[in-house]
Design a binder for this molecule. Structure first.
Ligand code: CA
Length: 246
């Protein structure tokens, strides 16, 4: 997921940028509304975090301009404490949510996840593919083995198997699941992972893909390479799934 951060305060901006990057987002930071309007002409973002107090054009006017320009990405505005009027006005101008500064990073992350979920039109916080489950609210991935029928006819749910994913592996995995069963475009995947200052080569993507393969293949989920396009999640019919042995 690629986020645009619009904040003129260097200290605040680098703090937020660091926190969001650590959480696996690709973050591009600009210091003014004018620059934000410029970059959104040519680059696509999944979400914008916009500070209201910006030099020249403020964050409210920016939000309005983005909406007038047809940008539908979620916008979360940052406001100073007690500026109720700003918050109300921000929502009226087309912002989707706001946070009052100073705020705790975990809360910002939770708000962003909620906004991204809504905009990805996923009704549930859990993305699934076959036995794979991604709980986007808690950032937990697991394999949910199928129910087993015991000798007495009773159906038993085996425990889930947690899958450990690093932040960037998580970003790749989430993107693949949002696209599934369609293939995910490698360029788009690259865009979801990179900011301007952090170059990730196509080779690095292959490293993440290969790590994910190692984690998914034992559970019957393959990551097929689609030549010249990208990758697709596929279910592998297993010969003699140990879980199904009589
Ligand atoms: Ca500011």
């Amino acid at each position: 997921m690629r986020l645009l951060l619009v904040e003129d305060d260097v200290m605040v901006a680098s703090g937020i940028k660091l926190g969001l990057s650590d959480a696996g987002y690709a973050v591009d930071w600009v210091g003014s509304a004018e620059r934000a309007l410029e970059v959104t002409k040519s680059e696509a973002f999944d979400l914008a975090v916009v500070d209201i107090g910006l030099p020249l054009m403020d964050g409210l006017a920016l939000t309005q301009r983005l909406r007038q320009g047809g940008h539908a990405m979620p916008v979360l505005i940052l406001t100073a404490r007690d500026a109720l009027q700003d918050r109300v006005q921000g929502l009226d101008m087309g912002a989707d949510d706001y946070m009052v500064k100073p705020f705790e990073l975990p809360e910002l992350l939770a708000r962003l996840r909620a906004l991204l979920r809504r905009s990805q039109a996923a009704t549930s916080a859990t993305l699934t593919f076959g036995s794979l489950e991604l709980d986007t609210a808690h950032r937990q991935a697991c394999i949910r083995p199928p129910a087993q029928t015991m000798a007495d006819g009773e159906s038993v749910l085996p425990p889930t198997i947690p899958i450990e994913l690093g932040p960037r592996e998580w970003t790749v995995m989430e993107y693949l699941l949002l696209q599934a069963p369609k293939p995910a475009n490698k360029d788009k995947l690259l865009q979801a992972l990179t900011g301007w200052d952090k170059e990730i080569t196509p080779n690095a993507i292959e490293v993440y893909i290969s790590r994910l393969r190692g984690k998914l293949e034992p559970h019957g989920i393959a990551l097929r390479s689609i030549r010249g396009f990208g990758y697709r999640l596929e279910l592998v019919p297993s010969a003699g799934d140990p879980g199904d042995a009589p």
